[in-house]
Design a protein around this ligand. Structure first.
Ligand code: GLY
Length: 418
């Protein structure tokens, strides 16, 4: 009996030591990520004129900056992420110089509250004004969020039950055109509508958000939990006309960042609504991602899960083009952030632990020298190796502000969980 009790005490002690050392490692991961982010974004802030927003690096090696103005053409979805990074640096450090910087670049983006040319007002406003309101609530930030949600409603149709992503889309090979495309990414924009409902109690924001989420669940998500990238609706009848891809390998494939948006988007829908079907869908999408046979050992996905596996593509695919297919660090960063929220909603502790472990593995890889830039390198972005779109030959194996944003967001969630 005595020996049994001693063995039990030793096992418990060992478990406690292992837990403490895991937690110390994770603490170091958070500190390392934020320390490098502070170094990089200090330099980025000095190098960037107010009113311009870093997005990526051009092929010539120059930082690609985006203006604040909403543009009718050349839809841009990324200028909220730079303010968001600065807000998260403030949240982590409590240092008011980050707050001042974040306020400057957020206020300079206010004009985006009137953006009606494409669906991405949700990404833009919630990454900037949404984070501002989270860390420094004020009537000003609240009013911008609510105003922007009103602009977003202008793209909602009662017939399709969705908000339209772009006004027109033609497939890469020119064989198909739709005037009502909805992409899986658009689920992320519902954050703005749900937030406006939470802030005002006005159902005009809630109903379209629920309708869009339900339609996305029904029409974008395949049986195995993967997501079609683009669903084209008939604007007269509301019927689905076609399922396609824009940035993925093929119509049948699972584009990695699209899969991240599905996991994150349904997790966020569950946060606001507590509807069990959103949680189930988020879990199905997450299980597809983290258990996929083509997910590399370091858990940073290739830009698509099914490169070369299907023939329904319309772009100039050349299997010999890359020695190794490009990874998408941004897909891993957004997925890690989603999993660290999703795990809190899951009843089964083993499943919750699986999601947490998967997220920590992705974050550890992203914080390694293989993905995290040295101080002063990488045009002052934090992470390397993301992809905007291989089929469009756009920003391949480059840094992207959204990768940095979701990486830091995930680290803050991990910090809260230590
Ligand atoms: N439209 C957002 C993305 O490229 O992921």
């Amino acid at each position: 009996m005595k020996v049994f009790l001693l063995n039990r005490a030793a096992t418990l002690l060992l478990a406690a030591v292992v837990l403490m050392s895991c937690s110390a490692n994770e603490q170091r991961l958070v500190e390392k990520g934020f320390e490098r982010a502070a170094q990089q974004y200090e330099l980025m802030y000095e190098a960037t004129p107010l009113g311009m927003y870093p997005r990526t690096v051009n092929n010539s090696g120059e930082t690609r900056l985006i203006g604040a103005e909403p543009l009718k053409s050349g839809a841009n979805w990324t200028n909220g992420f730079y303010p968001g990074v600065l807000w998260m640096l403030y949240a982590h450090t409590g240092d008011v110089q980050w707050k001042a910087k974040a306020e400057n670049v957020t206020r300079a983006l206010e004009v985006q509250k009137n953006q009606i040319y494409h669906h991405d007002i949700g990404f833009i406003i919630m990454a900037s004004f949404g984070k501002a309101y989270e860390y420094c609530p004020s009537e000003y930030y609240k009013n911008v969020i609510v105003h922007a949600a009103g602009s977003q409603l202008s793209r909602f149709s009662e017939i399709t039950g969705t908000t339209k992503s772009w006004d027109q889309w033609t497939s890469r090979g020119g064989t198909y055109t739709t005037y009502y495309p909805v992409i899986i990414d658009n689920l992320m924009n519902l954050d703005l509508l749900f937030k406006a409902y939470e802030l005002t109690g006005d159902e005009k924001f809630l109903k379209p958000a629920l309708s869009h989420a339900d339609k996305t669940m029904a029409n974008h998500i395949r049986e195995d939990g993967s997501a079609f990238h683009l669903v084209a609706y008939n604007p007269e009848t509301g019927e689905v006309d076609a399922r396609k891809t824009s940035q993925g390998f093929s119509d049948s494939s699972a584009w990695s960042r699209g899969q991240a948006w599905a996991i994150y988007g349904f997790t966020m829908c569950y946060r606001f609504t507590k509807k069990p079907e959103y949680l189930e869908t988020a879990m199905k999408a997450a299980d597809f991602f983290i258990n996929h046979k083509n997910l590399p050992e370091d858990s940073i996905p290739y830009w698509d899960f099914n490169i070369g596996e299907f023939t329904d593509y319309e772009w100039a695919y050349d299997p010999e083009r890359f020695e190794e297919e490009p990874r998408d660090a941004s897909a891993a960063a957004a997925t890690a952030s989603a999993l660290l929220e999703l795990k809190n909603y899951v009843d089964d502790p083993a499943k919750a632990q699986q999601y947490r472990d998967a997220a920590v593995k992705m974050l550890s890889s992203l914080a390694s020298p293989a993905y995290m830039a040295e101080r002063g390198e990488n045009n002052y972005y934090l992470l390397m190796h993301s992809v905007a779109s291989v089929p469009h030959n756009s920003s391949i194996d480059k840094p992207e502000t959204y990768a940095d944003y979701y990486f830091l967001e995930a680290l803050l969630k991990l910090k809260n969980d230590l």
